[in-house]
Design a protein around this ligand. Structure first.
Ligand code: PDD
Length: 286
């Protein structure tokens, strides 16, 4: 847990860090967020995460709480105060505090900004990566603009809870055509029998993952065959390899889908290689 949180201009100990009951994030999930990896005390892929935050805010017409330069300082200060070496920083912006009314509050209502940061257990993450993870498929019941990184995550919460109850670490979400869109909190990938890396194309039905974009850069730099297209659950069952990508876990090999082993049931060479090489291709901030 974050020991110190930045809340609307102040760094506060966890017990004192509070938001108003009429915050629109609390009442309407009217807000957006980012999760950025911290490695060796430095931000990973900061520029891409900040660009996506700007886009999410713009799509929902939420006012930016501060300039990117000021936010960069707050992120670093929150990391420093929490003594984070390897972990994540979390940024949340909501439309602010106003009397409960569905329509936007009056112009001039200040957005709320919260930043927290915490270390993650690197050893246990490495153990999980070495073993590979199980995923299960569940219907994708989300709204039609999941490209916006909104804090409205109830379908993701239910999907990931269902996965946990079935002994899996991640849920793969399946659309009405029987195609896998993405994970509950990650992008989904397979390596086909003929060795092609495949992931769902960008659009309104997946989050444009930052880790996904860096992995695509890596794949292109390494000259691996790559296709951005939809793939079905059956294709995933038949895949040679599968993996997920997200800022907090980079690349994690998937070794079973709905209880069926992927390939030989061990982490694949391509997924393990992409995990090993990830930070050579990511941008590490000062
Ligand atoms: N989750 N898809 C969904 C639905 C996500 O929630 C996430 C990230 C991703 C991967 O995006 P990125 O590579 O930019 O982290 C894809 C974050 C880590 C979270 O909610 O904790």
């Amino acid at each position: 847990m974050s020991r110190i949180a930045y809340v609307n201009g102040r760094y506060l100990p966890r017990e004192a860090a509070k938001v108003a009951v009429e915050d629109r994030g609390y009442q309407f999930a009217d807000g957006v967020y980012e999760v950025c990896e911290v490695r060796g005390g430095r931000l990973v892929d900061e520029r891409r995460h900040m660009a996506r935050l700007d886009r999410s805010l713009g799509e929902l017409r939420i006012v930016r709480p501060m300039s990117n330069a000021a936010l960069a300082i707050v992120l670093r200060e929150t990391i420093r105060r929490n003594r984070v070496r390897d972990g994540i920083v979390y940024v949340q912006v909501t439309r602010g505090v106003a009397r409960r009314d569905f329509t936007f509050p009056v112009a001039g209502t200040r957005p709320s900004l919260v930043v927290t940061a915490r270390n993650s257990d690197q050893r246990s993450l490495e153990d999980i990566a070495a073993e590979g993870i199980a995923v299960v498929t569940v219907p994708d019941i989300r709204w039609k603009r999941v490209d916006i990184k909104s804090v409205a995550l109830l379908p993701n919460v239910l999907a990931k809870q269902a996965a946990r109850e079935r002994g899996a670490r991640e849920a793969w979400l399946v659309d009405s055509q029987g195609c896998i869109t993405e994970g509950g909190s990650s992008n989904a990938w397979i390596v086909s029998r003929d060795g092609k890396l495949i992931t769902h194309p960008l659009g309104n039905d997946i989050l444009p993952g930052i880790t996904r974009s860096v992995v695509i850069d890596t794949i292109k730099a390494q000259g691996l065959p790559f296709e951005e297209r939809t793939f079905t659950v059956e294709e995933a069952y038949a895949a040679r390899e599968a993996f997920i990508t997200s800022a907090s876990q980079t690349v994690l090999p998937v070794v079973s889908i709905d209880g069926r082993p992927v390939g030989n049931g061990a982490p694949g060479l391509i997924a393990s290689g992409l995990r090993r090489d990830y930070h050579d291709h990511a941008e590490i901030s000062d």
